[in-house]
Design a protein around this ligand. Structure first.
Ligand code: PAF
Length: 291
């Protein structure tokens, strides 16, 4: 594959860097050697979804960098920052097996030093949907992703379609700020029953886990009806009823939107995206499908 990984994957542990200076030096070395570099930003607790991003990075560039940073600015005070799953040893084992070259694990005090005062607001695709329930979220994501891209300066950065609004926010920000990295989007990885892989799935009890799988099924049915010519308002209403009947405690949104701007649509069209966020006990689940 052009620009892709030249070496066979081995189990050699990736180099670990914690400072921006060490990251820049390592990436500059990769570039000096003529290699393209792909960055996969993560918050750790790596599952099959993350590993699909890592595999895609390995196909797209000869050197793969993975960042692991649980970013405090994308959590509201009442959210699960302290409880967010962390397993550095297991993450590093998975990244070694995947043949990752470099892992960047900065500490909070370096990422957000004394007097840190800058934050990025991406309007357009950042408005509505997730922002209605989590107004702080995309400011935190955009700020940290912008920092990671400028710290690493990768040729490519890889994001999952599972966090579809995040993907569009990152694309918009990269375009608006002329950040010289291509954004590569990877389809959602799902469990056998359709549930999208997420670190937060671990919070679910076995009964909740069964209910959770209905989210994808209901999105799938709603998308099929819309594709078949069903009226948007009626099909969204029908989908909401199905979600309530499936046992979800709350529905933050079920919406048909333009796939790039995320503007709500009242009529189905090519490139539209169906997106949902639901609550199950204390856990919030999101998912989306292309129409
Ligand atoms: O999707 C995530 O895991 C995070 O939002 C990201 C992109 C790593 C930024 O912290």
């Amino acid at each position: 594959m052009p620009g892709g990984r030249a070496k066979a994957h081995d189990q050699t542990s990736p180099a670990i860097v914690r400072s921006v200076a060490d990251l820049r030096e390592a990436v500059a070395g990769f570039h000096r050697d003529g290699h393209r570099v792909a960055l996969v930003p993560t918050m750790g607790a790596l599952h099959a979804g993350h590993m699909a991003l890592v595999a895609a990075a390995g196909e797209a560039a000869a050197r793969t960098v993975v960042s692991i940073f649980v970013n405090p600015t994308q959590f509201a005070p009442a959210e699960d920052l302290a409880a967010y799953p962390r397993d550095e040893a297991d993450d590093l084992k998975k990244l070694a097996a995947a043949g990752v070259d470099l892992v960047f694990m900065p500490v909070v005090a370096d990422m957000y030093g004394e007097g840190f005062a800058t934050s990025l607001n991406v309007a357009g695709p950042g408005a509505g949907l997730e922002s209605a329930a989590r107004p702080h979220f995309f400011t935190g994501v955009a700020t940290v992703v912008c920092k990671l891209l400028l710290q690493c300066l990768p040729d490519i950065a890889v994001f999952g379609e599972k966090d579809y609004q995040q993907l569009q926010v990152v694309r918009r920000m990269v375009r608006d700020l002329d950040i010289p990295s291509d954004i590569l989007a990877i389809p959602t990885v799902r469990e056998a029953d359709g549930l999208a892989c997420s670190s937060r799935n671990d919070y679910l009890s076995p009964e909740e886990r069964t209910i959770a799988a209905r989210l994808h099924e209901i999105l799938h049915d709603t998308a099929a009806r819309l594709r078949g010519g069903g009226a948007v308002i009626a099909e969204i209403e029908r989908g909401m009823i199905s979600l309530r009947e499936a046992g979800f405690d709350g529905i933050d949104y079920l919406a048909l939107c333009d796939g790039e701007s995320l503007t709500p649509l009242s009529e189905a069209k090519e490139g539209a995206r169906l997106l949902a966020a639901v609550r199950l006990s204390g856990t919030r689940l999101i998912d989306n499908l292309a129409l």
